[in-house]
Ligand binder design. Structure first.
Ligand code: FMN
Length: 202
């Protein structure tokens, strides 16, 4: 009994399946700060996520610095305009795109999920990062916060440049955490009967 690890007191919150139902991607936030103890609960949920061989390659870069976030936003607008042009997509007005990125960068805090690519079993680090991100998003929702998994919207290269991320880390995603202006509706999913196969898949 003496060696038993006692779980920290649970913060409570809604039942698990309600959290899963209620988590939706949020892309516009109120500026209200996220208290440190909430962020710690969220990051602890990521720490406890399953990961290949328990190598624990994930690192979490927490960014609140408005100056850094603003300059990343400006670069993201420029980068997106260039990319849309190059790819031959319809290019919006710069002002319209900036408004979109004002929303992307409206959260009070961002968690970047990074993975150490120098670990022994490298083939699994992206999966580890994805699972950790899911834990972050669900834990945040349990505490009443919105999140979204940003990948291409804010590129790895620009995050590397603006936050000085060393070469050995790959950035998996950038997750805003904050109170939504509004909770978006749930996006439709295919019904289970189209997704689940028993014993054999056609
Ligand atoms: C691997 C991955 C990459 C994503 N990248 C982006 C992104 O770059 N920009 C964005 O706005 N949303 C991104 N999302 C969020 C998805 O668009 C969103 O989860 C999906 O539309 C389903 O909506 P829901 O999360 O509200 O259920 C990403 C999600 C995942 C899992």
């Amino acid at each position: 009994m003496g060696d038993m690890v006692k779980a920290k007191k649970s913060p409570g919150g809604p039942p698990f399946f309600d959290v899963v139902e209620q988590r939706v991607s949020v892309r516009k936030y109120k500026p209200d700060p996220v208290p440190e103890e909430h962020l710690e609960l969220i990051l602890n949920a990521a720490r406890l996520a399953p990961n290949a061989g328990n190598q624990q390659p994930c690192r979490y870069l927490v960014v609140r610095d408005r100056g850094k976030l603003e300059s990343l936003k400006e670069d993201s607008v420029r980068h997106r305009l260039k990319w849309l042009k190059e790819e031959g997509y319809e290019v919006p007005e710069e002002g319209e795109l900036r408004e979109h990125y004002d929303d992307v960068f409206s959260a009070p805090v961002y968690v970047l999920v990074l993975v150490d690519t120098t670990v022994k079993y490298k083939g699994y680090t992206d999966m580890d990062g994805g699972i950790a991100a899911a834990h972050i998003m669900l834990a945040a929702r349990a505490l009443g916060y919105g999140t979204v998994f940003y990948s291409g919207s804010v590129t790895e290269e620009l995050c590397r440049k603006h936050f000085g991320i060393p070469e050995k880390y790959k950035r998996v995603c950038m997750i805003p955490v904050g109170l939504p202006i509004d909770w978006p509706g749930r996006r439709k999913r295919l019904p289970l009967k189209k997704l689940v196969f028993h014993e054999k898949i056609a």
